[in-house]
Design a binder for this molecule. Structure first.
Ligand SMILES: Cc1cc2nc3c(=O)[nH]c(=O)nc-3n(C[C@H](O)[C@H](O)[C@H](O)COP(=O)(O)OP(=O)(O)OC[C@H]3O[C@@H](n4cnc5c(N)ncnc54)[C@H](O)[C@@H]3O)c2cc1C
Length: 322
């Protein structure tokens, strides 16, 4: 677990050290984290943040160390929520009370283009007078949460509270928050593609051509380019931006099946009228990686099929995109 630990903070748990250790261990296991445990000491890497809990049976010390402040604040939020749900209190040495939620950049819509019958492309850029901070969307995760404020003239953003938790605006102030994929970015802008479908608050919003309006980008997160001797990518329209991005990032052979109209298909992609049928025909070999993203029932069926084929969980991903 080697990390460049430029940022750090500590938290004290006065009572319930052993229970806290068990809870954090369980969360680490749920999230598939790398984890080591010896009596009185637990260490895990959560979202790139090194978490070390030590105790001698009484109070516990929780140390966080990470290459980015954002990661520290995300883990603070997560652990504080986890512990407080079991009435265990943690007092952090340093909380960024009042700051925007970790990983949230408030930007504004620069332009909206209709790029095909099925897709909108949106570019958002840093707000005038703010420091550009879109660089990070190139690394660590392909996706982000798009926060569309309830009232664009008086947006209310999630902020860190005194305990280290993030308070999300509720009721009439609650922003809409759907997940999208970075399709391109630079230091001060991010582009993403929205598949146009009925009944969608995001699509309703983009159809109004909201140039100049504020939005929040929370992230990046989710997976990055998978590794394997060859990649087998299957998905519907909502997965297309991620498939294109993985194609750009991959340095191994990539095989693609997409259930989207011909005009949206990437070069070398095969049109798939039935993603599960195409999935069934894939021979990923010893070192191939299978990546599948589509509607929830399809993703569930894909996962079942891949497990039945005997593929190890480390060699595939089957994600519900909607
Ligand atoms: C990791 C990840 C990355 C994603 N990247 C992208 C991306 O880059 N571009 C993109 O367009 N989408 C992407 N999606 C999918 C997107 O988040 C969903 O389509 C989401 O539902 C859109 O939110 P919404 O505003 O429509 O509101 P929601 O409240 O989520 O949905 C409103 C209604 O629309 C329905 N719906 C959602 N998607 C579809 C669809 N494709 N066809 C028909 N009905 C639908 C829902 O079932 C619901 O009834 C991604 C999802 C994930 C998990």
């Amino acid at each position: 677990m080697s990390l460049t630990q430029s940022f750090s903070t500590n938290g004290q748990i006065i009572t319930g050290a052993a229970a806290a250790q068990a809870l954090i261990k369980l969360r680490g296991q749920d999230y598939g984290c790398e984890l080591t445990e010896t009596p009185g000491r637990l260490q895990l890497s959560l979202w790139g943040c090194l978490v070390t809990l030590t105790h001698d049976g009484g109070a516990a010390l929780v140390q966080l160390a990470a290459p980015e402040d954002r990661l520290i604040r995300m883990v603070q939020d997560n652990l504080t929520e986890l512990l407080s749900a079991q009435d265990l209190a943690i007092a952090w040495d340093d909380v960024a009370a009042g700051a925007l939620a970790p990983g949230l950049s408030v930007m504004q819509v620069a332009w909206v283009n209709r790029i095909s019958a099925g897709f909108w492309r949106v570019r958002v850029r840093a707000q005038p007078g703010t420091l550009p901070d879109a660089d990070r969307f190139a690394r660590g995760g392909l996706h982000f949460r798009l926060l569309i404020p309830a009232d664009s003239s008086a947006p209310v953003w999630p902020r860190i509270n005194k305990k280290g938790r993030v308070d999300w605006p509720e009721g009439n102030d609650a922003p809409h928050r759907a997940v999208y994929t970075v399709s391109a970015q630079a230091e001060d802008w991010v582009e993403f593609d929205i598949f146009d479908h009925p009944g969608s608050p995001t699509c309703d919003w983009v159809r109004t051509m909201p140039i100049g309006q504020p939005v929040g980008l929370l992230g990046p997160g989710g997976g990055f380019c998978p590794s394997g001797a060859a990649l087998y990518l299957l998905g519907d329209e909502t997965a297309l931006p991620a498939i294109r991005r993985i194609m750009e990032l991959a340095s191994v052979p990539v095989h693609i099946w997409v259930s989207a109209p011909a005009e949206d298909l990437p070069e070398n992609a095969t049109y798939s009228p039935d993603l599960l049928q195409d999935l069934a025909g894939i021979q990923a070999g010893e070192d191939g990686f299978v990546w599948f993203a589509a509607q929830a029932d399809l993703a569930k069926a894909a996962r079942k099929m891949l497990l039945a084929k005997g593929l190890a969980k480390t060699r595939f991903m089957a994600a519900a995109y909607w």
